[in-house]
Design a protein around this ligand. Structure first.
Ligand code: SF4
Length: 195
């Protein structure tokens, strides 16, 4: 990880925000700020609406995402699609990305320093897309976005001027059907947030 010029990087992010979303994407593609870039076939920037109500934050790109550059590609993506449908969201309503844009080796969790390096990109995306609600998909997203807080599953809170809600990561729903029911109950309880 490059330890110097953090402030310069924050300044560059501000300039990127002023320049617009395409510039943020270009900066992500050429980024070498943490060791994860060495493992990246494709950078996984995000997908979805440019004017979303809901901003989903996952964990990190997996094998298929690394190969395609598309977040939530594969089984977890299909589970996310089902979740989005249950929430009643249309294509224009949501955006999804991860805490880091390059795949960690051997599918390990992203490390704190890697998340910190990538966080300004996440901040720039949130600023530019300006969602009403941020849904943190699992504990890694929670640690990345609001490390100073401990959230309860399915209970919304206000954070830095936005509503945030922690739900299960779609991958965690694949093998545990009881979690699917709990997730649906969380969604039902919070529909007012995005309706
Ligand atoms: S994970 Fe983020 S900070 Fe690390 S190299 Fe990739 S884009 Fe840069």
């Amino acid at each position: 990880m490059k330890k110097n010029n953090c402030r310069d990087f924050e300044e560059r992010i501000k300039m990127m925000v002023e320049a617009g979303y395409t510039t943020v994407g270009r900066e992500i593609i050429k980024c070498t700020r943490c060791p994860l870039h060495k493992n990246a076939i494709r950078r996984v920037i995000g997908k979805g609406s440019c004017n979303p109500k809901v901003f989903f934050m996952g964990e990190a790109p997996g094998k298929s995402e690394n190969e395609t550059g598309i977040p939530f590609y594969g089984r977890a993506g299909k589970e996310l699609d089902k979740m989005v449908e249950y929430m009643g969201l249309s294509e224009e309503d949501w955006f999804v990305t991860n805490t880091v844009k390059c795949r960690p080796p051997e599918n390990r969790n992203p490390r704190v320093n890697e998340i910190e390096c990538c966080k300004p990109f996440l901040a720039a995306q949130i600023t530019l897309l300006n969602p009403k609600i941020i849904i943190l998909l699992g504990n890694t997203a929670e640690k990345a976005y609001c490390p100073e807080r401990k959230l309860d599953w399915g209970i919304p809170v206000e954070h830095e001027g936005r509503t945030i809600l922690k739900l299960y990561h779609p991958a965690a729903l694949i093998y545990t059907s009881s979690r699917k029911e709990i997730q649906r109950a969380f969604i039902d309880k919070n529909r007012n947030l995005w309706s």
